[in-house]
Design a protein around this ligand. Structure first.
Ligand SMILES: NC(=O)c1ccc[n+]([C@@H]2O[C@H](COP(=O)([O-])OP(=O)(O)OC[C@H]3O[C@@H](n4cnc5c(N)ncnc54)[C@H](OP(=O)(O)O)[C@@H]3O)[C@@H](O)[C@H]2O)c1
Length: 344
């Protein structure tokens, strides 16, 4: 029998900086009734993204902040439980911006796409075949423009985006060098994701180890952190290097923005290019990106790790945990049974 109540996670107060558990609240409401054309989705997995910090912060961003009291914005995947839309039927697997709620009544346009029940696991639709894989794919290939034989360096290399960047770089014939926090993540980069080299920025001399790992310099830097890690990499760029600015995980406060070493001299001397990436700008090519990533996955050329937190009660602290570096792969929250795996 279908549930009559729905649990969701709402923004309880607006954080300054990284959102902590106390900024969220779990609430229970009746399962919403459908209006004509709507679809009721029982969500199974909720995504947890570093970008969510920006979605709840008042500091200027690329999207309106989530309102205090509103359901937390999030990509999620799940099963259609009821539908008044001709394109969707009960049992369909779908993904979209459903929010952190275990039942979402949505207009059909909120559904990003349908998921093949015979294909990769449902959870992969939010990681390696979702926003993270697509960010790696378009960020590296369209902005980084790697050429075979070049050296690609990526920060947060063991994470969902970083691990895909390193593997795609190798698929394209490049040398891939990761930067990650801690021995365990370095091992994952080398043993699971096949990086040519990986440096533990927490315990090693990053500048020296980067020189050792990149004797010919850095041609593409996929920057997920900014801050002290990027200061080191920028000083080792090659002439004509490309820097993809994807994330700023190491910057604790955006207001005021910290000052630090200036990049202009490196860009000038090396005639390098630095460009920001917003993955939603590539939305019209997502189907192409997903198809290529799925094909590499099926061929065993693209590997991924997941960090699935079991249950809604883990949601409030889940973003803060990403910034503590706790996650081992793509962080998700599982809130109901996965029909593709038989998980509880
Ligand atoms: N531009 C876009 O459109 C777009 C889209 C998606 C994602 N992104 C960005 O891509 C990056 C990776 O995302 P993801 O989902 O794959 O997350 P992730 O890398 O799996 O998780 C975040 C990682 O950030 C690292 N980190 C946290 N605080 C740090 C600090 N102070 N200094 C250095 N590293 C720190 C931690 O790794 P360590 O333990 O290795 O330090 C943590 O595991 C994020 O910056 C995210 O915002 C951008």
């Amino acid at each position: 029998m279908n549930a009559t109540t729905s649990r969701s996670v709402v923004l309880a107060s607006r954080p300054v900086g990284i959102p902590q558990a106390e900024h969220f609240r779990i609430v229970e409401t009746p399962v919403p009734a459908l209006t004509p054309g709507q679809v009721l989705v029982r969500t199974v997995y909720w995504s947890v993204e570093p970008a969510m910090r920006g979605w709840v912060n008042a500091v200027g961003n690329y999207s309106e902040p989530v309102a205090v009291g509103a359901v937390m914005r999030s990509l999620a995947s799940g099963v259609v439980e009821a539908s008044t839309h001709p394109d969707y039927g009960v049992g369909d697997l779908v993904t979209g911006m459903f929010g952190w709620q275990d039942h979402a009544a949505v207009d059909a346009h909120v559904i990003s796409h349908r998921i093949d029940p015979q294909g990769p696991p449902l959870s992969a639709s939010l990681g390696v075949l979702g926003l993270n894989g697509l960010t790696a794919y378009f960020g590296l290939l369209d902005i980084g423009e790697p050429r075979a034989g070049e050296t690609v360096v990526v920060s947060t290399a063991a994470g969902s985006v970083g691990s895909a960047v390193g593997q795609i770089a190798r698929i394209k014939g490049c040398r891939s060098v990761g930067i990650a926090g801690g021995e365990n993540k370095v091992r994952q980069c080398l043993d699971v994701f096949g990086f040519d080299a990986c440096i533990d920025y927490k315990s090693q001399d990053l500048a020296q180890e980067l020189r050792n790992a990149c004797p010919g310099g850095v041609d593409v830097y996929f920057d997920n952190t900014a801050g002290p890690i990027s200061d080191v990499v920028m000083a080792q760029l090659n002439i004509g290097a490309r820097v993809v600015v994807c994330g700023t995980a190491s910057i604790a406060s955006w207001d005021p923005m910290p000052s630090g070493p200036r990049v202009e001299r490196h860009l000038l001397v090396k005639r390098a290019r630095m460009q920001g990436l917003l993955i939603f700008d590539h939305a019209d090519r997502f189907a192409e990106g997903r198809a290529q990533l799925a094909s590499w996955l099926t061929q065993g050329r693209l590997k991924y790790l997941e960090d699935i937190l079991p249950g809604i009660e883990h949601a409030p602290d889940a973003i803060a945990g990403l910034y503590r570096g706790e996650n081992q792969g793509k962080r998700l929250i599982q809130v109901s049974r996965d029909p593709t795996s038989g998980n509880a």
